[in-house]
Design a protein. Structure first.
Length: 82
């Protein structure tokens, strides 16, 4: 049984979408099967778009964190003498 789109990684979704497209392009699929595959493809696309939007939001948050200041880090060289 195929995994739910929300349980797949982005890369797994793309791979499955490529497989679906290749299968449909062959044209040797019954109408019912083609509709089922098309429906699965739409679900995969929507879930992939949601994952991309989440990633974009995370990157945006990380780039816009003005409150977070980097503190200087110094290594104490005296640690080797203990």
């Amino acid at each position: 049984m195929a995994k739910k789109p929300e349980n797949l990684s982005f890369e797994q979704s793309l791979t499955e979408l490529e497989t679906i497209v290749a299968h449909l392009e062959q044209g040797e699929v019954s109408l019912d099967d083609a509709l089922k595959q098309f429906e699965r493809g739409i679900k995969l696309v929507r879930q992939s778009q949601a994952k991309l939007e989440q990633a974009q939001q995370k990157v945006s948050i990380l780039l816009n964190e003005d409150d977070a200041e980097l503190a200087s880090f110094t290594v104490e060289s005296d640690l080797s003498s203990t």
